[in-house]
Ligand binder design. Sequence first.
Ligand SMILES: C[S@@+](CC[C@H](N)C(=O)[O-])C[C@H]1O[C@@H](n2cnc3c(N)ncnc32)[C@H](O)[C@@H]1O
Length: 417
Amino acid sequence: MATDRENYVNLFKSIFKDSVSFSDIKKTVPEEERSFFNMLFMSAFRQLTFIKTVVLPQFVKKKIPHKNEILNFILYLATTELLFLDKPDYAVINSYVDIAKSKTDKFGGNFVNAVLRNILRNRTLLLEKHNQKFFSADFLKILKQDYTPIEIEEMEHFAGIEAPLDLTFKYSAHPSIDNAILLPTGSIRLPANTKITSLDDFQEGNCWAQDAASAIPVRCLGELKGKKVLDICAAPGGKTAQLLDAGATVTAVDISEKRLVKLKENIERLGLSKNLNTLCYNALDLDINEKFDVILLDAPCSATGTFRRHPEIMNTKTIEDVKKQADLQRKILKHCAIFLKSNGLIVYATCSLAKAEGEKQIKTFVKECPDFCVVPIKLKGTEKMQTKEGFLRILPQYLREFSGIDGFFVAVLKRKI
Ligand SMILES: C[S@@+](CC[C@H](N)C(=O)[O-])C[C@H]1O[C@@H](n2cnc3c(N)ncnc32)[C@H](O)[C@@H]1O
């Protein structure tokens, strides 16, 4: 186990120091270790703000010198295990002390040993005093641009809760699952620990995993039977499946060949491939001699709305990421709008909480492109999410009574001429 943990410490550090993505890192971990690795990292990401701002300052009185900064990452993972995972305490401490010794020196080992033993002695008190704070200072900076302290506090509540499993069912399917809840927006919700592959409906190709928020943009489009749809940034294909299931003919575009392969596998599993065409393109360079009735742009974004399912986001995203993505979205939207027929619809969606990637983006677009107007969204079940401009601003607290929803933004635009 010690060697696995040493590898995990290096991987955890690389997420923060080398901006390696958690999903890429996961793929490097052997299959048989994945379950523990995933539990450790997900818990560490969720608890990192508490560990950094409440736990460690009580026992680490001096700043750790830069040359030994690996000790910070050792302490983050070790503290996660001691406070939040059910592992034998002394085995945990000994493993991390050994890593500290091998990565620094005897003093590093003694230091980690002293801190961890202190944490262990104070464990009950520390957990009783958990302040339920999960958002990093950088993440808060993003949210404070657009939301009040009360709204942010409400969002933060959901950061401490594991996200449930949401399913989208084909129109023709009739869900038959114990414990399932039908959400007001049409998705089926199951408890967080549900294994999707154990469900008959999944095995039979009747449904797919898709957060309730992510399923909303396609539902805003109304009748799609026989329509030609350009699905931009389509992989892994949750929305593509909805479009095909609704009877549309879909051209799905994504920059990643690998992710398009996954999309095709997903659509084949559901038996919906008949009216699907895929194109590997950077949306900014998309060059096709065709016009569409509908364009779905599920734009690349800071993904700040997905912090429940991807808690690393609370610790890694900055205002710079939001600016960068907003700039990319603006360019993609402008470029792709040329493929829309007269009177056609664009549905623009991002899983971001930042208004620069949502409300502000669309307001600027319609100001700069007078051929387009906003079509107010009136979808049943989204009443609380509708803004005065006719958009949907979905906040994690909007399905509070059902344990939340991903943060999302949706707008529908129409080409007038
Ligand atoms: C939010 S995911 C899309 C999710 C998908 N629409 C669904 O419902 O399953 C964003 C996708 O955008 C793709 N992407 C990112 N930048 C792109 C670009 N410049 N052009 C085309 N696709 C891009 C990524 O590869 C990724 O698959």
